[in-house]
Every structure is written in C-alpha cells, then in structure tokens.
Design a protein around this ligand. Structure first.
Ligand code: ADP
Ligand code: MG
Length: 768
C-alpha cells in the first residue's frame, strides 16, 4: 500500500547541493515495524518527511494505494497527513500554550470532529498511553517520557494507518526508552510503523524489519518484500478543515500566555477608536441639543408669513455664491459700472397675501396648530393717561414691531394653546372675554422702559401688577381721531379730549404672563399683546370712516399728501387706516415638532406650479438656525474624524508588525499544525483569529474608555456652556466602530497571516 520508487531529494544551499536521498526504493507492508538505522546526516529524517507528506520529493514517485502521488495537490497532502499519518518526533513537538488534552484533540479538530466525540476519543488515547490523569496539565508540567507519550497519543488518536517516529527515544533515558518502545510496539500491532533510531539494539529487539541507510542510500534491508507476496489493505484519505471557532480557540489560548503585550497592543490600537467615538458622541449630543432647541423654540419662533420673507433655499444660495465667486471679471479695466442685485433683495421674497391664501391657511388641519395669529397693518389710535395727569398717543406700530404683537389665538381643535403650554399667568385672567391687552414680561419680571413709558408710567420706578392690571387705555376711532382739512386729513392732537371721547373703545391689561421656568426662552423680552378681536372691532368701525372713504377716492396719500409709488401704495395706506381686512402677516404656532413638518409641507404645496411672484414663502427661523448650526457641526465632525483616522492608520501598521512578530514566535506551532494536517488556509485562519481578537479587544476597550471619558467631557461642557449631558455615545455608532476596529486589524494582519501559511512545514518544524 506504500511504496517509494527511485525517490531523489537534494537540498541546495548557495552553490552547494546536498543529496539527502539518492534513488531510494522501498516497499512497505501494511502491518510491520520498520526500524531505520544510519549515521547522522544519512537522510533518515528526509525520508520520513517525504513518506509523511511534509516534504516533496524531487523525482521518483511515492505510491499510495497503488496510485502515484505525482498529481497530488497541496490539500491532498494535507488530508493525507491528517488521516493516514501519525508523527512522533524526538523533541515531542507539543503546543505549549494549550493543555495536554487539547494537544491530542488537535488532530481531531482538524478532521472536523464534534466537540464531544473529540473529547471522548482524546481521553481514550491518553488512557492508552497511561496519562489520563494528566489530561488538563500544560505540556511543560510533564517529564520527557510523559511528553513523548502525549505525542504518541496524538499520533494515535486519529487511528492512522501509518506511524512515523523520528528518534522517539533520542532524548530519553534508557529506562524510559524501553517503556516508550513497548508502547510503540503495542500500537504497531495493526499498523505500519516506521521508526528512525540510532539505537541498533533497540531496533533488533523491537522491529520486524531493519533498513540501514548511508549517505542517502539503502545499504541493507533485513526483510524486503518478495515478489510473490500479496498486496493487502489500503489507506483512507479524508479532507481536513480547521473551523473558525477552533482557530479562535487556539489563538485565544495563545494570547492568554501574553496578556500584557496583548493589552498594550489593544490599548494603543484603541486610541483612534477612542477619538472617533468621542467626536461622534459629541456631535451626536450637539445634534440632539440643536433639535431640542428647535423644539423648545416652537412657541417663540412661529412659522411666519409676512410681506417679505427671507428665502434661504438652495437655489438662492447658489445664485448668491455665483455672484460672489465666479462669472464676472474681477477688477475690470473698462470704464463702466455694472448693475447687480443686492444680497438682501435676492434673498427677500415679496409675499402678496390674498384672501385665497387666507382660505388656504384656514383649510389647514387646525389640530396641527397650538395657536395662530393674523397681524394686520392697521394702526391702533391708542391714548394713555400719564402719571402726571397729561395724555399721550401710543405708537403701536404696525408689522414687525417687537413690542406690540398680536396674541396667538388658540385654535378650537388644539388640546392646549401655545400660550398655556409655555407661559404662566401671574396676574389677571386670560380667558375673560374682555378685549384687553396681555403683557408678557421677561424671566426677571423686566419690562421694556419705553413700553412702560408709553403706558403712562415714569419708566424709573417699579410698577406693581395691580397698577398695570388696572391701567385703562382708549382706542380712538378714525372719525374722532382724524380731522378733515378739505383735501387732506390730520390727526387730532388734543389727546385729553380724545381720551374723554365716549365713542372710544376702552382697553385694559387683562393678564400678565411670564415664560415657564422649564421652557428655554431665547427671545426673552417683554411684549404687549393685543387680541385679534380688538383689531377686528376697530377695523369693523373704521372701514366706513370718512378718512377711509376719502382715501379710496384720492390717488395720493391723504395723510401725508405725497403721491403713491411702488413702495407706498394706496393699498398700504388703506390697510393702515383700517380699510383692508387681509392680514399683513400670519404667524403659525405648530402644536409640536412633527406637526411643524406637516404644516410646512402643506404650505409648500400651495406654491406648486405657481409663478415666482405668486408664490408665498414662509420663514422658519428656528429651522434656519438649527440647519446652520447643524451644518457647522457636521463640518467640524468630519475634520476631527479625519484627524483621528490617522491614529487608526498608525495602529493598523502596529498591528501588522505585532502579527508578524507573532508569526515568527509561533513558527514551531505552524510546523506542528501542518504536520497534523492543517492546510495553509487553516494557518491563515489561526492568525486572522488572533488579529480579530486583538481588534475586538481594542474596539471594546476604546469604546469603554470613550464612554468613561464622556462623563468628564460633559462636566467641562456644562461648565463652559451650561448644557448638561451633551456627549452621548450612540449605540449604533459604537457597533459600527467595533466592526471597523475588527476589520482594520484583520486587514492589517492579513499579509503576515498569509506569510505564515506559506511557511515550509519542514523548515517550520526545525525552528526552535
Ligand atoms: P538524518 O535525519 O539522517 O540525520 P537528514 O535527513 O536530516 O539526516 O539530512 C540529510 C542531509 O540533508 C544532511 O546532510 C542535511 O544537512 C541535509 N539537509 C536536510 N534538510 C536540509 C535543508 N532543509 N536544507 C539543507 N540541507 C538539508
Ligand atoms: Mg534526523
């Protein structure tokens, strides 16, 4: 079943060629104990290595089962070694970092046995060599004889047909040698044992056949196979595979023997991960803060549709960029000027709010709103009495006056109004049907001096809530306020008389409100709110007034006498006087964050298919601010991550070097595994497993450190900005970073791992 035919093997070192085997032909029986004798350097080990498939012959042929091995591929040799051959070496060649039992199991691991079967078979084999009690010791805790027994158990465990022993007693004393020889003799009963030895007397005593070697040639064979002898039996070859799990286990045990180094490597490799994880947690946290900010400012920064809206969409931005950057020639020498749009002009969109649009807004699902306010351009002719008994006209202004604003009325569908949600009522009553005013004061109870003065107070002393609530003001109607002087009208300045007029609408401050403590107030100032109902009533009476009728007939401004132009139109003049009921601005207060999206979507829909000038553009200040800060955050994050990635590159190189050193250190182990039948691929797997463990450790370590660092980082940020708990590690980011860490280390260890698989098993076994 096994036959060497004219095998030649030579080694070339430099210019010198050493012929280790010169034309060796031997035929073996299926069951015999062959001893090979010969001086050192006569080619005995080379012969065993070639028979065992560890080394390749130069010429001739090795016949297994009557078949030539000339066409054998590397994997065929691997399977052959694993299933058919059991090696016993002079120096035992056990793997030091795993237990005796696991050493024996290794051959079975490579043949793909199940864990339970493996354990049972390995323990049986150890029992056979009398070492069952030592199964869980490490090899270096055993004596030489015991180690050789382990090697024998390992050679036996796969029940191979051929046992190859290279001077198995060479390192043992004579007494132990005899025990080992007895053991080999016993297992040789049904196998082919080929044993190299120096000891001629041992060979005489135990072997059934002695072959003598000299200078790479057979000089004597005591029992050659005769022509008429019948060939019996065949060897059995199966494929071997080292599973990833076994590779992991093997490398894990190896790593356990060098904990300190592994920890340092993992730590160094984790620095990049720490950096990126920290940056991600910060930017993640800031993004959350920005979103929170946008949410909390819903009530203070409503969606605004006014006559002019700021347009910050991408299209206008791009146009702007083009104006600033290219297109036009810079520093031209031509003697002429070129008209350009001002930045503000192109960013401002003129909205013409029509009845149609108001109807569209009214058709909006009102449950999305916490409140809404229509502001009209109509002026209130408001007169107050001062503390000293004199009277004054209050300038309530028109649109965009911070101090006087329309009170957002709660929609019927809303569960809670935007005001109730965000403000505490400190005095008075919001719900009263009175046409009163509502004063919003700031968090320190501050009220703008000018506002206090216009209400008739000195603006120097504190004013009690009672004084404010009781304060009366009069809204004078157009017919009383404006006096006709033929072609034009003039306001009456006899404020005392106006104040006393019985046609006046009397208003009082009906409530004082202040932003709730737990709500973030960004525009924290004082505001006087008037109700829509008040304006409606004023408009109702004023639209029929003399001045309105006169203005409708004339084509110049009846108050100033000036002609109308593009800026000052008749419509504006009429609105100011209260003839026009179309609002000049609309404020929509979304109920919550999600409603906001629905509302803006609804508003966008209005513009679909409309000409530019008919479109109505809203301003979402809060979103604009958050977008801006969000974009800046993103940019900073990218830059910082790029910097941290450099440390990832450095650690990858380091891992490659560490893996390379590990390959060098584990060369012997590679040789042993190859002798047991491991494929080159399996060796790659062992080292990939090692880098994978390091990558996993460094990833976990990095994430842990980064997580711990978020606590002091949050402290510092809180001290600097007052924002608590900013740094937050997103679990998804953590998972991605862990995968990156493992992938990077495996990639960087890949080349050394490949190198390991290319190592010549014979050379690997020779290394110490
Ligand atoms: P033995 O086992 O009988 O002592 P070997 O088979 O180990 O002899 O070696 C036979 C000859 O081949 C020796 O001269 C040895 O120096 C040489 N030899 C063996 N392996 C190598 C090798 N890898 N490179 C170079 N020469 C080698
Ligand atoms: Mg030798």
């Amino acid at each position: 079943m096994l036959e060497l035919k004219h095998i030649k093997k030579s080694y070339k070192t430099g210019n010198f060629v050493q012929h280790a085997l010169k034309d060796v032909s031997i035929k073996f029986r299926k069951n015999e104990f062959v001893a090979i004798l010969g001086p050192s350097g006569s080619g005995k080990t080379t012969l065993l290595n070639i028979i065992g498939g560890l080394d390749r012959y130069d010429s001739g042929d090795l016949i297994i089962n009557n078949k030539s091995t000339k066409q054998f591929k590397a994997t065929d040799w691997d399977s052959y070694r694993n299933n058919c051959i059991g090696f016993i070496f002079q120096t035992y060649n056990l793997i030091g970092h795993i237990s005796v039992l696991e050493n024996v199991e290794m051959a079975l691991t490579l043949s793909g046995y199940k864990r339970k079967d493996k354990r049972k078979k390995a323990l049986e084999a150890l029992d056979k060599v009398g070492l069952k009690d030592h199964a869980y010791k490490k090899p270096n805790q055993l004596s030489g004889g015991q180690m050789q027994r382990v090697a024998i158990a390992r050679a036996l465990v796969n029940d191979p047909d051929i046992i190859l022993a290279d001077e198995p007693t060479g390192a043992l004393d004579s007494k132990t040698s005899i025990q080992i020889m007895d053991l080999i003799k016993e297992i040789a009963k049904d196998k082919l044992v080929i044993m190299v030895t120096h000891n001629a007397s041992l060979a005489e005593e135990y072997a059934t056949r002695i072959i003598e070697f000299k200078d790479g040639e057979v000089v004597h064979d005591s029992n050659p196979i005769k022509k008429e002898e019948k060939e019996t039996g065949a060897v059995h070859i199966r494929k071997t595979v080292l599973s990833y799990l076994s590779a992991l286990h093997l490398s894990f045990n190896n790593i356990k023997t060098k904990k300190g180094r592994t920890f340092l490597t993992a730590f160094a490799a984790s620095i990049g991960i720490i950096g990126i994880a920290l940056i991600l947690s910060l930017s993640n946290g800031f993004q959350i803060q920005i979103d929170e900010f946008e949410k909390s400012t819903l009530s203070q920064m409503p969606i605004t549709i006014s006559e002019q809206s700021i347009q910050l969409d991408e299209e206008t931005m791009e146009e702007q960029m083009q104006v600033v950057t290219n297109d036009k020639e810079k520093y031209p020498t031509r003697k002429e000027v070129i008209p350009v749009d001002s930045l503000a002009d192109s960013m401002l969109h003129q909205n013409i709010i029509t009845e149609d649009y108001i109807n569209y807004i009214e058709a909006l699902d009102q449950s999305l709103l916490g409140g809404k306010a229509y502001q009209r351009a109509t002026a209130l002719n408001l007169i107050t009495e001062k503390e000293d008994g004199t009277y004054q006209k209050v300038n309530t202004g028109t649109t965009m006056n911070d101090m006087w604003q329309v009170f957002p009325s709660r929609t019927e569908e809303a569960e809670a109004g935007v005001v109730e949600e965000n403000y505490d009522v400190l005095a008075g009553n919001l719900d009263s049907k009175e046409l009163g005013l509502i004063l919003a004061i700031d968090s320190k109870n501050g009220v703008n001096k000018t506002l206090l003065e216009t209400l008739g107070f000195s603006g120097e002393e504190n004013v009690s809530f009672d004084q404010l609530l009781g304060k009366e003001m009069k809204v004078v109607l157009n017919n009383d306020y404006y006096q006709n002087y033929g072609n034009y009208f003039m306001p009456n300045t006899d404020y005392e008389a106006l104040y006393q007029n019985e046609n006046d609408i009397t208003v009082r401050i009906k409530a004082i409100i202040r932003g709730k403590e737990d709500k973030e107030m960004i525009t924290n100032g004082s505001t006087m709110y008037y109700t829509e109902a008040l304006i409606d009533q004023v408009i109702d009476q004023n639209k029929e007034s003399d001045i309105v009728k006169a203005q409708e007939e004339r084509d110049y401004n009846i108050l100033s006498g000036s002609a109308f132009d593009e800026e000052n139109t008749k419509e504006i003049a009429l609105s100011y006087l209260g003839a026009d009921t179309v609002p000049s601005a609309i404020y929509l207060y979304p109920k919550d964050f999600n409603s906001k999206d629905e509302i803006t979507e609804y508003l966008d829909k209005y513009n679909e298919g409309k000409e530019e000038q008919d479109q109505i553009v809203y301003t979402d200040m809060a979103a604009m601010m958050s977008d801006l800060s969000g974009n800046i955050m993103d940019a900073i994050t990218v830059v910082l991550i790029a910097f941290s990635s450099i440390s990832l590159v450095v650690s990858s190189i380091m891992i490659a070097i560490i893996t390379y050193i590990s390959v060098l250190e584990r060369t012997k182990e590679i040789g042993i595994l190859r002798a047991l039948g491991a494929r080159g691929k399996d060796i790659t797997r062992v080292f990939n497993a090692e880098t994978m463990i390091i990558g996993f450790c460094s990833g976990v370590l990095g994430l842990l450190i980064a997580y711990l660092l978020t606590f002091p980082a949050n402290r510092v940020i809180e001290n600097l900005t007052g924002l608590a708990g900013v740094a937050k590690l997103n679990p998804i980011h953590a998972l991605i970073l862990l995968i990156i860490s493992i992938t990077l280390t495996v990639l960087s260890g890949f080349i050394p791992a490949k190198m390991a698989s290319k190592k010549d098993p014979v050379v690997a076994l020779r290394t110490e």
